[in-house]
Design a binder for this molecule. Structure first.
Ligand code: MSK
Length: 632
């Protein structure tokens, strides 16, 4: 199998091969053939009596685990635990931001402030906190406390859920018992009901998993709100992409992971420490780049280039020009110090819960954020001094990439066309057919399929059918790497109706040309930005989201977080495509619930289709079905 279609990845994979450095692709091949029981979800390791494995063909092998769990129960439990893992990750990210805000409110986080006051006041109003002459710090403290209460057991529905979805969706969640009693308790409940001897009804387990995923949505919404308040709501910014954004004549520092709490301070300090880098022999000073979603956070707020993302993170080290990778948490390969041992690159972990053997560790805390960021940057400058010029091999690949299309930005752009009723131009163009529908691209690259191939082929096919594209996380990283976050891509790949709309909006925004083919709405924790636009349209039309011609796709999904996001997208009523077969095929019942029953109950459902052309055809058919349902 071809490993990647990304030119910079292809070049550096050759370097890896030539120098004997092992990457994720090599380690994947070393795993082949992967265990068929695991691939189909039919292996259970929930107790010490196992592992138990069910015969996938139901012929002569075991039909039940030692405790009596059926294939359906084992598969449903495995999926539910994946969703709990994804939810726990997003919730921990959100909680970290809550604590930062709490520390700010107490004067214990001197490097932080309320950057976006408009969003601060809008969120306060939405969640029901009155201003009443209170100081910014007092209001921030109240907001943080309200947010903190979302995580534990509560009697009322979470505030960030009930204030952000349509009334009809809320009713549906109530009807099916899908409202989590707290974000952490949602995760704990899944862990409890899937342990040995608790829930043994596959459909009931799946309902519990969907409830947990609704908690995931809630935590993600909260995280995006607090990030925007503390660091600014993203606005359109022209950045660059690919590993060619590393510079031979600069100290190159990559910020990698997910949470902007540290990277924002690094951005500020890097500016102040430029002279130190020049004095160390780097005439271009400090060149910050991003990897994964921390990279996207600073890209959409500061125009910092995005070098690469999750699957190809090791390749940044193989350029021989990366002086330090500063990591927070999530999607960081434990292999980084091993790859870095062939080079001079300093791998710097910063979080107490996310250390890697062989890495430097500089523990971050908000009280000393500026000082910690300086320590980190000095370590990078020291590493730069050890760089071997003979090993520098930066691929000459750079693409422009427009970022920062938050929901607020999209509404502002639409307001340029109709200030009284900003959503009207979008709705009108959906109704008149210029826009067939909307597709949110999210999720990772997956080593099991050629990197970026499904992303690129699917987005081109959908854009040609006049589907408006939003993207987040590694999907946006992939599009950035292939020049698809540009007006030029709109000219080349958009169908005539979509091109006309993006051109009219781009001209209204003063770009002198169309908006980019794909609108970059954020990192993977920001998928609720797209959900909020869908909810606003649904509320405007007086329908539920499940009636709208809106779909989602994670064509190269890999992580548990992608599973939980996909599941809440289904819960919200969105048909959701996945291009990698998840480990559920061992249970026809689970497959049926996810792909068919969910449609009857929630409106949303999963569509599994690895082939990008077939996937595009299926998504277009779904959008047409939704349009017919609306009579348009
Ligand atoms: S980084 S969860 S590989 S999108 Fe957010 Fe990418 Fe998936 Fe991680």
């Amino acid at each position: 199998m071809e490993r990647s279609i990304s030119p910079d990845s292809i070049l550096l994979l050759k370097t890896a091969q030539a120098t004997g450095v092992t990457t994720a692709w090599d380690r994947y091949e070393a795993q082949l053939p992967q265990c068929g029981f695991g691939e189909t979800g039919l292996c259970c390791r929930h107790c010490l009596q196992g592992p138990c494995r069910i015969d996938p063909f139901g012929v002569s092998g075991p039909k039940y685990g030692i405790c009596g769990a059926s294939a359906d129960v084992i598969v449903a439990r495995g999926l539910a635990r994946s969703i709990a893992g994804g939810t726990a990750s997003h919730s921990a990210h959100a909680k970290h931001l809550v604590h930062t805000m709490l520390k700010f409110s107490r004067g214990e986080a001197p490097d932080y402030s309320i950057k976006d006051k408009d969003k601060f006041y809008a969120v306060l109003q939405r969640v029901g906190i009155t201003r009443d002459g209170k100081s910014e710090e007092e209001l921030a403290g109240e907001l943080a406390q309200l947010a903190l209460d979302e995580f534990s057991e509560r009697e009322d529905p979470p505030v960030w859920l009930k204030t952000t979805i349509t009334p009809a969706r809320m009713q549906k969640f109530e009807q099916f018992g899908l409202i989590p009693s707290g974000l952490d308790s949602a995760v704990a409940e899944v862990m409890h009901r899937t342990t040995n001897g608790v829930d043994a009804d596959a459909v009931n387990i799946l309902l519990g998993a969907i409830k947990c995923a609704v908690g995931d949505y809630t935590g993600m919404y909260l995280a995006t709100d607090l990030s925007d308040i503390l660091f600014g709501t993203p606005a359109p910014v022209m950045a660059r992409a690919n590993l060619g954004t590393l510079k031979e004549n600069a100290v190159n520092i990559a910020v990698h992971g997910h949470n902007p709490v540290l990277s924002e301070v690094i951005v500020a300090q890097a500016e102040l420490m430029r002279e130190e880098a020049i004095a160390a022999g780097a005439p271009a000073g400090i060149n910050l780049v991003g990897i994964c979603c921390t990279g996207l956070e600073v890209m959409m707020r500061h125009g910092i280039p995005t070098a690469t993302n999750s699957l190809s993170q090791e390749l940044a080290i193989l350029t021989g020009a990366l002086d330090a990778a500063v990591v927070d948490y999530q999607c960081i390969m434990p292999s980084l110090p091993t790859v870095a041992s062939h080079y001079h690159t300093a791998i710097i972990t910063t979080m107490s819960i996310a250390k890697i053997t062989g890495a430097h560790h500089i523990e971050f805390d908000e009280k000393h954020a500026g000082q910690k960021a300086q320590e980190i940057i000095r370590l990078a400058i020291e590493a730069f001094k050890k760089r071997d010029p003979a090993k520098v091999n930066i691929p000459p690949v750079v693409n422009d990439a427009w970022a920062g299309m938050s929901a607020e930005t999209i509404v502002k752009v639409l307001a340029l066309v109709d200030p009284q009723d900003p959503l009207k131009p979008l709705v009108d163009n959906i109704v008149n057919g210029n826009i067939l529908g909307v597709c949110l691209f999210a999720g990772c690259n997956d080593v099991k399929i050629t990197q970026d191939k499904t992303f690129v082929e699917l987005v081109k096919a959908l854009a040609a059918e006049n589907v408006l594209i939003l993207c987040t996380g590694c999907a946006s990283g992939s599009f950035a790497r292939h020049g698809l976050l540009t007006p030029a891509a709109t000219e080349k790949y958009a169908g005539p109706g979509l091109k006309a709309v993006l051109t009219a909006l781009g001209q209204a925004a003063g770009l002198g040309g169309p908006l980019p083919l794909a609108l970059h709405t954020g990192s993977c924790v920001d998928n609720t930005r797209a959900a909020s636009i869908a909810t606003a349209i649904a509320n405007k039309l007086g329908v539920d989201v499940s009636a709208l011609p809106v779909v989602a796709t994670a064509p190269e999904a890999a992580m548990e977080k992608a599973v939980s996001i996909g599941t809440w997208a289904v819960a919200m009523g969105l048909p959701t495509h996945v291009g990698v077969v998840p480990p559920v095929t061992g249970s026809p019942l689970v497959v049926q619930v996810l792909t068919q029953t969910a449609k009857d109950l929630l409106g949303g459902y999963f569509i599994v289709e690895p082939d990008p052309k077939a996937a595009a055809a299926k998504l277009v058919a779904v959008l047409k079905e939704r349009r017919a349902g609306l009579g348009i």
